[in-house]
Write a protein that binds this ligand. Sequence first.
Ligand code: SAM
Ligand code: SF4
Length: 329
Amino acid sequence: MGALLRDGIGRTVDYLRLSVTDRCDLRCVYCMAEDMHFLPRRQLLDLEELYRLARLFVGRGVRKIRLTGGEPLLRPGIVGLCERIAALPGLDELVLTSNGSQLVKLAAPLAAAGVRRLNISLDSLDPQRFRAITRNGDLQRVLDGLEAARQAGFARIKLNTVVMKGRNADEVLDLVDYVIARGLDISFIEEMPLGDVGHSRGERFCSSDEVRALIARRYALIDCDERSSGPARYLRLPDHPGTRVGFISPHSQNFCASCNRLRITAEGRLLLCLGHAEALDLRELMRNEADDRALHAAIDGAILEKAAGHDFSLAGDVQVARFMNASGG
Ligand code: SAM
Ligand code: SF4
């Protein structure tokens, strides 16, 4: 194996989020503007380029890869790509984040291809609200997808919920009940200021502490030391051992000191930090015939520039022009 990926302040990167498309069948209000333009297909990494980058990063000590987007399950060839990446020697797990809309069809093939865990985004259990938050989504389709995923044998399924006052904060307990009944995990996320989505991010901000207080009204909670290799902090519910409740709190609990990840956007830009614009154009290098050594050298140079942390605040509005769907969120 090549040398581990270390940034300029000594953090080791062993987690890669690889975006396979910027397209999506939903238009979640916190992620996208109403009128989105997507990349022309030739600007997306092709399947061979995606696989090559996965192989290169696993060769440098990346142990976990998350495929994301946009909606990764809209990418033609996704199951075959999963199969190839999951088989890379040295990779501990291939996981995927999805909005669930394609899971009725794809849950079983993805599990068979070696995807170990799934994160499924779900912000409301009310069909009208779900439609309003996603601007066009069909809740039943996602719930059916979730059931298909439960049957498909993934090691773990976790829901991701972006909590917004006046939209879904009053559903926190319903969502916790829902995951407890099904033995799933859930993470509650504070909205991040990526892209001009047409509203002020501070307007509907709901802190993780407020969410925790809501849950504590119904359930005993204990902090748990265990951390995933991500920014989430977890709580256990002693009366419901099958469920963990996580919080991703970019505003109220900065997690940058332990950041272990890099992102690659669907057009092949290596993003060093979600909260900064600096990126390395890996697609250009690959399409200019760079060999593996040249790619490694470019990555080693870029990673030294990884910022110590994001500067997200609720005061200003757009802080990073790039939307979440284009970031490999
Ligand atoms: N389409 C897939 C999905 O929705 O799960 C994968 C891509 S989506 C960009 C990945 C995650 O980012 C989702 O859980 C979504 O809720 C979250 N997300 C999107 N925009 C966000 C924002 N502005 N702040 C916080 N989380 C956001
Ligand atoms: Fe699509 Fe996921 Fe963004 Fe929602 S959060 S618009 S499902 S990419």
